[in-house]
Write a protein that binds this ligand. Structure first.
Ligand code: PEP
Ligand code: CO
Length: 448
């Protein structure tokens, strides 16, 4: 498979799962041509830096926090939700620095997470069958044939929304949003009465004191937490979108997908002979691969050989999502498979996607306890096998939604309808996300 010549369009000769079917191919071509002319969202040197950071994490010298919405929506491309998401990711990372005593690499599921895989291509209501909603990058959620028709123009809108989001994030992180000396950015605002607020504030106080101590004895202002990096990621699902931004850059060899720093291949599009693997094998970006219970040893080794034949440090991050009930059985063979071929990868646990359940009224939710349980089991299993879990991948929002059950505030099933906003998977809210970081941090410190 990997012998054939690769190009940004070579995926088109493979079977591509989970793709929109565009009725107007001339309009699609025009949009792709326009996107191809616009400036990129990220740069090759940022991508190279992230790959080096991830290589460090794969050696145990850093920890990865990846998080954000299941799917971003065009409506949520507004100042408050973006700032809130940035803030919770920064606060979680601070707590994790405290727990791991290591640098934390932050990657948002942000600025491009606009396309979703679906279990069926169509949705039927009564006697009407329409194309499934595949995310704002593809079509619209409303159940009319006009809204569900895939529209290439939405790809361009997604690109622009991603640019607006990233521009705001860059301005905030460059402009002192993450400066530890600006305590207002670190406070737990509306969650002040949260049962976990005191524990968090204690950590912030501790870190600030250590920094003051260091600058007092060295006479040097501590820059460590004054400027922070937030990398972007999304599931590279809609291949025309990814292709339009895959380019060569001056003074470097190879092709870069400049729509994001860190694309990942989802569980449903990881077929060895499929279009997604073909596309990803040709780009320089570090890659995430989601690993679910159905993964086999042969399949995984095939993926690693296809996507990283040269065994480049930091190239591959394996994001396992087995579920709290299945992880003890399913994870060890995967760890052994990677070991058997002598590869070093970065191991990350996604404790969300294997723990989705449907409760009364057809509401999708996840239990906080299952999320914590999968995380703790994953750390233990890696330890037992002489491997190392180097990161977490979570679905969260900086807002006060009620989509997951449990946590210190004890959300129960009947709370879910109060503020359930996700159109796809249930996310941790602000307090629950902070609590995951606190629990993880405690666990890591106890086991250091
Ligand atoms: C996701 O991360 O939103 C997702 C769909 O995950 P997976 O491919 O692991 O099911
Ligand atoms: Co999801």
């Amino acid at each position: 498979m990997t012998d054939a010549v690769w190009s940004p369009t070579s995926w088109q000769s493979r079977a591509a799962a989970q793709q929109a079917v565009y009725g107007d191919s001339a309009a699609l071509a025009r949009t792709l041509e326009e996107m191809g002319r616009l400036p990129p969202l990220v740069t090759s040197w940022e991508i190279e830096r992230l790959r080096n950071d991830l290589a460090r994490a794969s050696r145990g010298e850093a920890f990865l926090l990846q998080g954000g919405d299941c799917a971003e929506s065009f409506d949520d491309c507004r100042a408050e939700p973006i700032a809130a998401k940035l803030k919770i990711l920064l606060q979680m990372s601070l707590v994790l620095v405290h727990g791991t005593r290591k640098p934390v690499i932050r990657i948002g599921r942000i600025a491009g997470q606009y396309a979703k895989p679906r279990s069926t291509d169509h949705e039927t209501r009564g006697d009407v069958t329409l194309p499934a909603y595949r995310g704002d990058l593809v079509n619209r959620d409303a159940f009319t044939s006009a809204d569900r028709e895939p529209d290439p123009m939405l790809m361009l809108r997604a690109y622009e929304r991603a640019a607006l989001t990233l521009n705001f994030i860059r301005a905030l992180t460059d402009g002192g949003f993450a400066d530890l000396n600006h305590p207002e950015y670190w406070d737990v605002s509306f969650a002040k009465d949260s049962p976990k607020a005191a524990e968090y504030e204690e950590i912030v106080r501790g870190i600030r004191e250590s920094l003051d101590f260091v600058s007092a004895i060295t006479g040097v202002e501590n820059e460590v937490l004054r400027r922070v990096e937030l990398y972007t990621s999304h599931e590279a699902l809609a291949l025309p979108y990814e292709q339009a931004q895959t380019r060569q850059v001056p003074r470097r060899t190879g092709w870069y997908n400049l729509s994001t720093h860190f694309p990942w291949i989802g569980m449903r599009t990881a077929q060895l002979e499929g279009a997604h693997v073909e596309f990803h094998r040709g780009i320089e970006n570090p890659l995430g691969i989601k690993i679910g219970p159905a993964m086999t040893k042969e399949w995984l080794i095939g993926l690693l050989d296809a996507l990283d034949p040269q065994r480049i440090p930091g190239k591959i991050t394996l994001i396992h999502r087995m579920g709290a009930a299945g992880v003890r059985e399913k994870l060890p063979p995967i760890i052994e498979a990677v070991r058997s071929v002598g590869r070093t990868v970065l191991w990350v646990c996604d404790p969300m996607h294997g723990n989705t359940e449907t409760v009364a009224g057809g509401i999708k939710t996840r239990r906080f306890d299952n999320i914590i349980s999968e995380l703790e089991q994953s750390f233990a299993l890696h330890n037992e096998l002489g491997s190392r879990l180097g990161g977490v991948h979570v679905e969260l929002t900086g807002e006060n939604v009620t989509e997951c059950i449990g946590g210190a505030r004890g959300l129960i099933e009947s709370d879910l309808e109060r503020a359930y906003k996700s159109r796809v998977d249930p996310r941790l809210n602000y307090e629950q996300a902070l609590e995951v970081a606190l629990r993880l941090s405690k666990h890591l410190r106890a086991n250091r």
